[in-house]
Design a protein. Sequence first.
Length: 471
Amino acid sequence: MRAIKFDELIAATGGIPIGFPEQIDSFARIEIDSRRIQPGDLFWALEGDSHDGHSFVNDAFQNGAFAAVVEEKFEQTDRTIRVQDSLMALWDLSDWYRRQFDALVIGVTGSVGKTTTRRMITAVLSARFQGVESPQNFNNQFGVPLSLLQLEDHHDFGVFELGASRPGEIAELTEVVHPEVGVITSIGPSHLDEFGSYENIINTKGELLERLPAAGFAILNGDDRNVRQLKDRATCPVTFVGERKQNDLVATDVVVKNGELEFRIESTTFTVPVNGKHHLTAALIAIAVARQIDMTDEEIQQGLQTFTSTQGRCQTISIGPWTVIDDTYNANPMSMSAACRTLKDWQTNGKRILLTGDMLSLGEWSEDFHHLLGEEITRSKIDRLIAIGSQAANVAGSARKNGMDAGCLGTCRDQETAMMLLNLWLEPDDVILIKGSRGMKMESFIPKIQHLAEQQSARNPPQESIQRKVA
């Protein structure tokens, strides 16, 4: 973050400084977690779903914060900037801060693939330019304004995720981000219990296009009919990408390998070090953005080769004699379908095993989507299925109904039971893909499988090494 003068903070937020023994010149870090405070930081007290930052103001001061932004309800007065609503004040500061820079700002939204696409765009553009992106998955009302505060004078671009769990949220976020480029990855059933309908999801994602300037541009997944129908909501040029011929940027000769995706656009061959064909959309979007700003295909390929997946997003881990595909970050029907295809395409001499947990936040449609998952598993010719969670019986029952052998699937009440079954099934060269919603804590299977490998190695030396591969 570029240093912000104290007077600029007050002017942007309308805050009232109270209890300062001397005037502060400037500061260069804002923190909302008192545990991460460094000397000289400004602590911003925000009220979340489970914690209220006002309860940790004293902790922030003890850790070296020079001041705290607090709401009027907060009783302490020393070294505070008092505002009516601390979240709105953060938005006001971020809005002001965003306007200080000429960097090309790209907003990325969609039901799945936001983080991968954001990281892919950043990797490609970084082959020539300097930029910044949303840290982790900072894509909500707290994370987006904090992400914007990473911009600095030397940055040529910024790529920011825009997430939504209710109608109107994308529109609100764009009022802070002011993107010049809009990207929509795909649209599908996600957070249905909060949106209320599929139509609300589609309309909310389209809010990004309505707020792009006429001088900007949009890159859309043209193979997704829900995304394609949003074109008329944009007042700027729109580029469609995908495999279908009606797109503006078309991928052909797509080849999926373990750890690599290869495809052609016109006469140029591109390769990306990823697992699964579902990464194609992100790659095409990144290429389209780069070509719009006159990057060469050679530069684009150089950037694509630097791409790395984040933990829990289709990463491969070698554990003992097995390959584990860690796709545990989250799950919805679209990403589950992509996971099944990834496992189907995996080249191995062993079995393909899917270890899956519930897809959450699907509301009254939950049972239907888990039945559809069972059908997808059968079509993908997955060798073994282990399902856990309240919907496990629906997934396994549907897979059995659609032709999967009963001896090749299991429903488990907890992770311990699932590990017992996995222990019975696992043989050398098997590949296990693990996926489920965040609330299912599927990532905790990784150390359990590691422990299982160590136990087997102790019984059958020599011990295998465990190595995380770049995916």
